[in-house]
Design a protein around this ligand. Structure first.
Ligand SMILES: CCCCCCCC(=O)SCCNC(=O)CCNC(=O)[C@H](O)C(C)(C)COP(=O)(O)OP(=O)(O)OC[C@H]1O[C@@H](n2cnc3c(N)ncnc32)[C@H](O)[C@@H]1OP(=O)(O)O
Length: 210
């Protein structure tokens, strides 16, 4: 294994990656269910205590073999890249919705997502930090121009026009302009009535990546 700016070359074969993802993807989906069920359950406390013992047993089973730190962003020489722990798109991260981003072309992307009880801020509405999280990520991927370059968020501005209801939402992002190592991206998240949050960001191609 070797590392470039935190991106790790890890020669796991594609068919082995498929096997791992086929097992861990559904596991993460079940943990997302667990998060939602834990928030919304109305079973008596004694029943919750029994559930705790079962969850602790599962944690123990998974802790039997662990990576020493976070999952990182990895790639192999077969052209595959994976970021299983990513907070927005990570296949193995139950905190990630996960967002499935469609890159229409370089610099233009959208995504549909359904946010449930785990993303609540004000009653019935998405937490303002959660909308910023999702927007930051889709904007970052958009700035990266179909993964042909590395970009980091430099400045992010959010305008919250109205509350974002929990439920089905759509995100849109596009590159507005570029100048040297700076890429301006505009984006929005909203429901069927239109945008609820509009964002503008300056994404920087770091000096070390040029
Ligand atoms: C595909 C993966 C998608 C990932 C999506 C998620 C996106 C993220 O959340 S990234 C994580 C959050 N962001 C960070 O942690 C970034 C932390 N900051 C840094 O690493 C650095 O400060 C970095 C990379 C932004 C800039 O560093 P560096 O390359 O040394 O910039 P530097 O040479 O000083 O400046 C280059 C240009 O950018 C401008 N610039 C630098 N920092 C900023 C900033 N924060 N905001 C606006 N402009 C900036 C400079 O003014 C300069 O402009 P000009 O060329 O006109 O003079």
């Amino acid at each position: 294994m070797s590392e470039f700016g935190g991106f790790i070359q890890d020669e796991v074969a594609n068919d082995e990656l498929d096997r791992i993802e086929a097992a861990y993807g559904p596991l993460a989906a079940a943990v997302r269910e667990l998060v939602d069920a834990t928030i919304r359950s109305t079973v008596p406390p004694e029943e919750a205590a029994l559930a705790l013992a079962e969850v602790e047993a599962v944690v123990k089973r998974l802790r039997a073999q662990q990576m020493p730190g976070p999952a990182g962003v990895r790639f192999n020489s077969e052209g595959r890249a994976w970021n299983w722990g990513n907070a927005v798109v990570g296949l193995r991260n139950a905190i990630a919705p996960p967002l499935e981003i469609v890159h229409v072309r370089s610099g233009l992307a959208h995504a549909n997502v359904d946010l449930g009880a785990a993303y609540e801020g004000p009653p019935g509405l998405v937490h303002g930090g959660a909308t910023a999280l999702l927007l930051d990520h889709i904007m970052g991927e958009t700035a990266a121009a179909a993964f042909t370059r590395v970009t980091f968020t430099g400045t992010l501005t959010m305008v919250y026009r109205r509350g974002t209801p929990l439920g089905p939402l759509r995100l849109d992002a596009r590159i507005d302009r570029e100048e040297g190592r700076k890429v301006w991206v505009v984006a929005s998240i909203g429901d069927e009535e239109g945008p609820t949050v509009e964002a503008e960001g300056i994404f920087i191609i770091p000096r070390w990546a040029t």
